[in-house]
Design a protein around this ligand. Structure first.
Ligand code: PRX
Length: 635
């Protein structure tokens, strides 16, 4: 990938200029570095009004040949994946490119033997073990579409996702270790499977020796199936625009959005950005702490690093087990050179005594990265000073599930960094700031809504089964532009700082949550008449959720009821979505047309009630004072 690795700031500027002047020629040159069965006929076709984006049309390839086969001759014995278990006393696993190739090919035959063919959807609900990587690559090998669901989601969240894309198979593990806890994933799946008619087969990997309930005819053990499978599996030849995977992300309405990523553009985009943002060298050890259940794991644990021939670390555990030094212990043990994590993790570790860091030799580190939410100044400096020792560039990478790859970020060691700023767009990315009236803001030193005015190869092509929603959410706010849902400030040098979401999505501990989804879960409680959920600033999680709840007239407010509501959200969506605060109210501030005034609720939750604006036009202004009086605010 050296061919497209930018080495200096001048080279970055040159590449950027070229990418704007002639995007097609720019991306063609990059795409030429990959293995194609047939080169594309047309580099780009796009229309943001329809919307439609197609890259490398007519090109034929398989992404796993780019992640595996083509490395066999040159770096076959190089470690592709280092797996670090939850329990530090269990052995790490080192899997070379050749071994990974064999494992993926063999498991691809397991999929085939169980009736999975090109275009079929396979749901993967697995812990952070190498078999998760093997399962996803095996799907890609035969052209099946993986839909990975984060293994912290609940049964009903899995069922909803399986049913939305009619997955034929579910791949899971019997149990998962998470710190000192063990969670029975198979039980969670069994509950989901009561309501998922499309699933014909369930493959179960045994992570622990505990007995597992298996349903005759439907459930099969990973190892039993592997015994029956052939070793070799030629890669299915895919069209560049064939679907590679679906990944669900929260939306402003209750229903998750199944973002569809396709093969060619996603491969080119993730590999190009991985290579340039992180600047990996030959013998580096790169570790992204995300879970593969999120886009960061898809693009920057698996596809980007493997296509670039890097060594990528997968960690099964959590940062606090067995103690808060675990991340740093792993960095020392594996001689990690690149460390990529979320601001929420940095903030929670920065709260611990510094001895957890100082006990470890972090001298192997060269580059630090952050992703998923704005990083505050204090966390940035703690990371830079205590982990990077002032010697490691910090790349604050802004992107989204929808963008597939990093969009705005420093290139490590090349772009001048500025704390809390994602800095400059990557080549090929054309950000714009828009004002409320839909006009482009041209000035520097300006704040607005962040949109992108030209397609890039890894943009999600649609929302599975709902192209109209895709158009509405991303392309209807500003004419002929992709709207990100984020606000942003641009400084005098053109650096972008992402200020946060401007819609009804709240990022809690780096996880994207739709407030409507949480409200729907709360409203399911028999005592609840109506609810409104908003985010408020939290010093570790970035944001936390505050729920205002109206009870039915015959229900009594109580602490037990609060606990029940929180539990219900946990079991409907997952523990990450539980609101930190629940306040019972008699009414919610509404406009005359019946719309909840969330702006007011957000201000109350943030303890910022000095300027609520004009509330006299509300349908029920009297509730505002009542809510403020009872608000759950710490002083
Ligand atoms: O608000 C932005 C925030 O995360 C959102 C995307 O979330 P998701 O699709 O889950 O993907 C997260 C991982 C790519 C964005 O709309 N976000 C992401 N990175 C940053 C960020 N906010 C500020 N700074 C970032 N570096």
């Amino acid at each position: 990938m050296e061919n497209f690795q930018i080495k200096t700031f001048a080279e970055y500027k040159k590449a950027y200029r070229k990418s704007i002047k002639n995007p097609e020629a720019f991306w063609e040159e990059i795409a030429n570095n990959f293995t194609w069965h047939k080169k594309w006929d047309k580099t780009l076709e796009w229309d943001f009004e329809k919307p439609e984006v197609k890259w490398f049309q007519g090109g034929k390839l398989n992404i796993t040949e780019n992640c595996l086969d083509r490395h066999l001759e040159t770096i076959g014995n190089k470690t592709a994946i280092i797996w670090e278990p939850n329990d530090p006393d269990e052995e790490s696993r080192y899997i070379s490119y050749r071994q990974l190739f064999v494992k993926v090919s063999r498991f691809a035959n397991v999929l085939k033997n169980n009736g999975i063919k090109k275009g079929d959807k396979v749901c993967i609900y697995m812990p952070m073990i190498p078999e998760l990587a093997i399962a996803m690559l095996a799907c890609a090998r035969i052209g099946a579409v993986h839909s990975i669901v984060f293994a912290g989601f609940s049964s009903s969240a899995i069922a909803r996702r399986i049913n939305d894309s009619e997955c034929k198979m579910l791949i899971t593990a019997n149990e998962v270790y998470r710190g000192s806890k063990k969670v029975n994933l198979k039980e969670i799946c069994d509950k989901a499977l009561e309501d998922t008619p499309s699933v014909e087969t369930v493959i179960v990997y045994r992570r622990t020796v505990e007995p597992t309930t298996m349903k005759e005819g439907r459930d099969k053990f990973w190892f039993d199936e592997l015994q029956k499978a052939e070793k070799e599996c030629p890669a299915e030849v895919m069209d560049a625009e064939d679907m590679l995977f679906i990944l669900y992300t929260s939306g402003s309405t209750g229903k998750p959005k199944g973002m569809v990523h396709t093969t060619g553009g996603y491969m080119v985009g993730t590999t190009y950005t991985f290579t340039n943002v992180f600047q990996p060298q030959k013998n580096d050890v790169y570790w992204c702490t995300a879970d593969i259940g999120w886009i960061t794991g898809h693009s920057y644990i698996i596809y980007g690093p493997l296509a670039a021939g890097a060594t990528t670390v997968m960690f099964e555990g959590i940062p606090s087990y067995p103690d808060y030094g675990r991340f740093w212990e792993i960095c020392e043990k594996l001689k990690v050179t690149h460390f990529y994590t979320a601001p929420t993790a940095i903030r929670s570790l920065a709260k611990q005594p510094l001895k957890f860091v100082e006990h470890h030799d972090l001298s192997s580190l060269k580059v630090l990265g952050t992703v998923g939410e704005p990083i505050n100044e204090e966390a940035w400096h703690w990371y830079n000073d205590n982990i990077g020792k002032g010697n490691c560039p910090v790349v604050d990478t802004w992107w989204q599930t929808e963008t597939g790859a990093i969009m705005i970020s420093p290139l490590a060691g090349i772009t001048p960094t500025r704390p809390t700023f994602a800095t400059l767009p990557l080549p090929g990315v054309q950000p714009v700031l828009m004002d409320e009236s839909g006009k482009e803001i041209e000035e520097l030193n300006a704040e607005g809504r962040l949109a992108i005015k030209f397609p890039w190869p890894s943009i999600a092509r649609t929302i599975y089964g709902d192209h109209e929603r895709y158009r509405e959410v991303y392309f209807s706010t500003f004419s002929n532009k992709y709207f990100t849902g984020d606000g942003s400030y641009r400084d005098a040098s053109g650096n972008y700082r992402i200020t946060g979401r401007v819609d009804d999505i709240v990022i809690v501990s780096g996880h994207n949550l739709g407030t409507a989804t949480v409200e729907n879960a709360i409203d399911e409680h028999e005592s609840v008449a109506e609810s409104a959920v908003v985010g408020y600033p939290h010093d570790v999680k970035g944001n936390a959720l505050y729920a205002y709840v109206i009870l039915h007239h015959d229900a009594e407010p109580s602490e037990e009821l609060i606990a029940e509501i929180r539990e219900l959200v946990g079991s409907t969506i997952g523990p990450i979505a539980k609101p930190d605060k629940v306040q019972f109210v008699n009414g919610l501030p509404k406009t005359r047309s019946g719309k909840i005034m969330r702006r007011i609720l957000r201000k109350i939750a943030s303890n910022d009630t000095s300027n609520l604006g004009d509330i006299t036009t509300l349908l029920n202004p009297e509730v505002v004072d009542e809510i403020i009086k009872e608000a759950k605010i710490e002083n």
